[in-house]
Design a protein around this ligand. Structure first.
Ligand SMILES: CC(C)(COP(=O)(O)OP(=O)(O)OC[C@H]1O[C@@H](n2cnc3c(N)ncnc32)[C@H](O)[C@@H]1OP(=O)(O)O)[C@@H](O)C(=O)NCCC(=O)NCCS
Length: 180
């Protein structure tokens, strides 16, 4: 069995397989209070194969996949910039910055070394952007992910609200990690 992390590209990744992993792992980050239809709506809008094809073609985004043999078992996406949310802008003081926008691993691979390796490779892959800080939003109820990020150099720097589905505002911590 070979576990590896790969830089994804429009040539190298099956967007349907990636979307299937995204659909399986996104609900793991959601608190039980989010209605299943709002989770499904978020997945339809943001995590379809067509959306991943757009993300892969965007030079301001980088996606890495973690693979077990050839099967995708996790992925990370980094997006250049801070965006236009004023709460995020306040929390991310060190610039230029990029967002660790997605960080998802199948449950059977949690608790090992794969997640940290995937994240470090994703951050290394955007070295050419010259960013001095990486930021992310994590649901305030997602304690496992917060613990993972804290262990890996992130600290809480602020909060924001985040829309999942039509009308439910979720509360995130904004975490930041300054790069050397
Ligand atoms: C976030 C994620 C990539 C982290 O990978 P991982 O392999 O689980 O990370 P690790 O095991 O290295 O670290 C998780 C830590 O949380 C702890 N933990 C696990 N479940 C927990 C819980 N319910 N409450 C509190 N801590 C928990 C683990 O014990 C571990 O801490 P430790 O190393 O001090 O024991 C992975 O859990 C994941 O894909 N989760 C689902 C999707 C998600 O939430 N993504 C993040 C969106 S912002």
């Amino acid at each position: 069995m070979t576990r590896a992390v790969h830089l994804a590209s429009t040539d190298s990744v099956d967007t349907h397989e990636l979307a299937a992993v995204a659909a399986r792992t996104f609900p793991l980050a959601c608190p039980p209070s989010i209605a299943p239809e709002n989770v499904a709506s978020f997945i339809d809008t943001n995590l379809s194969a067509a959306r991943f094809a757009e993300y892969l073609a965007d030079p301001q985004r980088v996606i890495l996949t973690a693979r077990d043999d050839d099967r995708i078992v996790g992925y990370a996406m980094v997006v250049n910039g801070v965006g236009d949310d004023p709460d995020v802008a306040r929390a991310v003081e060190v610039r230029p910055a990029a967002e660790l926008s997605k960080m998802y691993v199948l449950p059977e691979f949690h608790g090992g070394e794969l997640s940290a390796a995937l994240m470090e490779r994703a951050l290394a892959a955007v070295g050419g952007w010259g960013v001095r800080c990486v930021w992310l939003g994590v649901n305030q109820e997602n304690v496992r992910a917060q613990r993972f990020y804290s262990k890996n150099g992130f600290r809480i720097s602020g909060t924001r609200t985040f829309l999942v589905g039509a009308d439910l505002r979720e509360h995130d911590f904004v975490m930041v990690r300054e790069l050397d």
